[in-house]
Design a protein around this ligand. Sequence first.
Ligand code: NAP
Length: 245
Amino acid sequence: MNKVVLITGASRGIGARIAEIFAKNEFSVVINYNSSQKEAKNIEKKLKEKYNANILIIKADISKEIEVKNMIDQTIRRFGRIDVLVNNAGVAIDKDFQDRTITDFQNTFEVNVYGTFLVSKYVSTHMLKQKKGKIINISSTNGIDTLYPTSIDYDASKSAVISLTKNMALEFAPYINVNAVAPGWVNTDMNKKLPKDFLDLEKENILLKRFAKLEEIAKAVFFLANEKSGYINGEIVRVDGGMLL
Ligand code: NAP
C-alpha cells in the first residue's frame, strides 16, 4: 500500500514541487489549496499523467479550524492514514514598518503559525494512533537571522514555526519525528513584487550566487520524510546556498 503525504499550500511554488517529488516516489498525495483551484487541478492532472499517482485535492483555509478538521477527515476517509505532513502553506506581505498594522500581523500569524498548529493537531491524532509519522514544517532563514523590518511579522511567524517544531517534537516523541526546513531565497510568486535591484543585491550575499531551485527545497523535505533521516528529530535544516550575514 502506498504511503500518504498531505502538503498544505501545494497549488503553487515550493508546495507544488514538494507534491511532485512525493508522487514520483509512489506516495498518495493530498494537495491542499485555498484560492488557487485552477493551479491545484493542473498539478493534479500533471502528477496523474506523469506518475500515475493517487491524488486528492482539498480546498481548505488552514487558518480555519472547521476547514482543517474536514480536510483531515476527508483524507482519512479516502486513504485511511497519513504518514507524512508537510506544513508548507504560508503568506508574506512586504510593507514599511510604520505602515504595518495589527491586522497584517494577524493575517500572517493566522496562516503561518495558527495554520501550522491546527493542521499538526488534527493530523497528529492519527499519526499517534499509528505510532508513526513525520511532520516537516517550512520555516525560513527569516525566522533565524536574515531579518527584514519590512517583513517583521513574517520573520516573527517563521521564528514561531521553529518553536512549534521543537515543542511538537517533544510532545509527539517517540512516535513522530518533527523537523523544519528553513529555505533562504527561492524564486516564487511570494517574491515577485520585490524590486529587481534588491533581489540582485541579495543574490550577491549568497555563497552560491543564486536563489534555490524549487527541487532543492523539495529534496530536503523528502529526505526528512524518509527512513534515511530517522534519527533526525526537532531539527531545523537550513537550505540557503550559504548566506553571508
Ligand atoms: P507561494 O508561491 O506564494 O505559495 C504559497 C502557497 O500557500 C500557495 O499554494 C497558497 O495556496 C498557500 N496558502 C496561502 N494561504 C493559505 C491558506 N490560508 N490555506 C491554505 N493554503 C494557503 O509561496 P512559496 O514561496 O512557495 O512558499 C511556500 C513556503 O515556503 C511558505 O511557508 C514560505 O513562507 C516558505 N518560504 C519561501 C521562501 C521563498 O523565497 N519563496 C523562502 C523561505 C521560506 P492558494 O494560492 O491556493 O491560496
